[in-house]
Design a protein. Structure first.
Length: 389
């Protein structure tokens, strides 16, 4: 199944108070013995279900059957696609069953909660946005999509135009290799070549616009080794693409795909860290000015429960215990009774995941901070707000 923000949104909105959800993340990257690891995870999960004592007899039997089904599915039936590093399965007794094969490595774990445990997926999509990578020179261009650490070439968009070089123009105009005929000089030859180059770059720009718009890319990386090409290509590109350019790499269209991927990934990660710093800087600036921002767990939780959050920002390893109402998804660090419905809340060892899910459900952005930012480290979590109360 294809993973994107819409898919995560549907998982976050999934609620079924009658049946707990099993969320399995299994790292299958070679040379791991993932079958043995899965057996161990399932054994521990069964122990925790029994020790917790919060499930009915019917729920315990359903969970046991689901764990058995997962074990059979992964061990005997599942065919791993190329480059799979992590298998993710969400399942419950009411018919939920979703599988994802990710080309990135995530920690193996099984979580049993009232709803799908999706935080690792939000981290993945935050860290691995969909990039368009456009590499061009004065004659050729190639287009790639970069997502979840993998780069796919779209060969149907490969462009190669007939652009004459200086020697070929000279020969075609003179019939010899010793000079020019009729007083045609270097300036005219150069104009002739430049006209062909401009037509090539215009062709590349037109094809790129259609591709980027159709695929919905939000970020673009440009590549070339010819110093004069990138500024001219930028001039030809539609503003729709120019507004999405996040960086440039030194690369040739005829370079090996893996080499191009390494360069593009490095640039993407560089941009992600810079983007994190800028958002945290904006958060701190607004908070210090008493404007639309909050810092720290309690203020952020309060803003989230009032629907104020525009962007939830948290350190990647942030964890905090708390309580969640299974009916209203009210989240608190201390309330054992839901103030909305009066029902009992459920204790969670980590409510950071529930905060992320609530933010996604409210169509807020989520920024996981991997960069080491000293001013933010004492808070670990905060939010840019839509409005103040």
């Amino acid at each position: 199944m294809y993973l994107d923000h819409n898919e995560i949104q549907s998982l976050v909105q999934y609620r079924n108070i009658e049946s707990p959800v099993i969320s399995m993340y299994l790292n299958v990257a070679p040379p791991r013995n993932f079958a043995t690891e899965l057996n161990s995870l399932i054994h521990v999960a069964r122990q925790k279900i029994e020790e917790r004592g919060s499930h009915t007899e019917r729920q315990r039997k359903d969970l046991d059957k689901l764990l058995q089904r997962i074990q059979t599915r992964v061990g005997k039936e599942l065919k791993l696609v190329k480059a799979t590093r992590t298998v993710v399965i969400f399942a419950d007794a009411q018919g939920l069953w979703r599988e994802y094969m990710l080309p990135v490595s995530l920690s193996s774990q099984i979580v049993v909660e009232p709803d799908p445990y999706t935080r690792p997926l939000t981290v993945v999509l935050d860290e691995f946005e969909r990039y368009c990578v456009l590499v061009a020179d004065s004659r050729k261009a190639r287009i790639f999509s970069l997502f979840l650490g993998e780069m796919e070439e779209h060969s149907e968009i490969f462009m190669e135009d007939e652009v004459p070089d200086r020697v070929r123009v000279n020969l075609s105009m003179t019939g010899t290799s010793t000079g020019t005929k009729g007083g045609i000089g270097d300036e005219r030859i150069q104009r002739h070549i430049e006209d062909h180059v401009n037509r090539h770059l215009k062709h590349v720009a037109d094809k790129s616009f259609d591709f980027v718009k159709d695929k919905g890319f939000t970020r673009v990386i440009l590549g070339s080794t010819e110093e004069r090409i990138l500024p001219r290509l930028r001039d030809h590109l539609h503003t729709y693409i120019r507004d999405r350019i996040v960086g440039e790499i030194e690369a040739r269209p005829d370079e090996h795909k893996e080499t191009l991927k390494e360069k593009a990934l490095e640039k993407a990660q560089e941009f992600e860290r810079q983007d994190e710093r800028e958002k945290v800087s904006r958060l701190l600036e607004l908070h210090n000015a008493g404007d639309k921002a909050v810092l720290g767990l309690e203020p952020t939780l309060e803003a989230l429960m009032f629907g104020q959050v525009h962007t939830l920002i948290l350190e990647n390893d942030f964890r905090a215990p708390g309580y969640v109402c299974p009916a209203d998804h009210f989240i608190s660090t201390y309330l054992t009774e839901c103030p909305l419905c009066g029902g009992q809340t459920v204790e969670f060892p980590d409510i950071a995941d529930e905060m992320v899910e609530e933010a996604v459900a409210q169509s807020a952005e989520v920024e996981h901070v991997f960069a080491d930012i000293e001013e933010f480290s004492s808070y670990k979590v905060g939010a840019l707000l839509r409005f103040l109360l």
